[in-house]
Design a protein around this ligand. Structure first.
Ligand code: THU
Length: 128
């Protein structure tokens, strides 16, 4: 699965977003070291703080299938060019960074893919 395809899946799953409060749909599609992909969209709650971002939803699906290493994540919102992951999601992704390898964060900007290593978005990220 190449990065264009990951982005296409992220765009597709953003259509399932449950975001009646922000009206800001987001979709994410991640690739793991086993070569499988997992998708997620954001889902909100009337108690606003309980909202789950698309990225964390996708990470949860991967973990539930036994995955522990994330290689790349594509993120898409129809509402924003280059929809970058929030701080909480950056930290959650960092947990599943393979040893001695970065995670490629794939964003869509002006119809082009932009690839940024997670370590650039989260310098000096916390790990135990
Ligand atoms: N959102 C995501 O799904 N991922 C991000 O990285 C940024 C924010 C969602 C949360 C909320 O449902 C909406 O976008 C507006 O903040």
């Amino acid at each position: 699965m190449n990065y264009e395809e990951l982005m296409q899946k992220a765009e597709e799953v953003s259509k399932n977003s449950y975001s009646p409060y922000s009206k800001f749909p987001v979709g994410a599609c991640l690739l793991t070291s086993s070569g499988k992909i997992y998708t997620g969209c954001n889902f909100e709650n009337s108690s606003y703080g309980l909202t789950i971002c698309a990225e964390r939803n996708a990470v949860g699906s991967a973990i539930a299938e036994g995955e522990r290493e994330i290689l790349a994540v594509a993120i898409y919102s129809p509402n924003q060019d280059c929809c970058s992951p929030c701080g909480a999601c950056r930290q959650v992704l960092q947990e599943f960074k393979p040893q001695n390898k970065d995670i490629d964060i794939i964003l869509k900007s002006n119809e082009e893919l932009k690839i940024i290593p997670l370590s650039k978005l989260l310098p000096e990220g916390f790990s135990l």
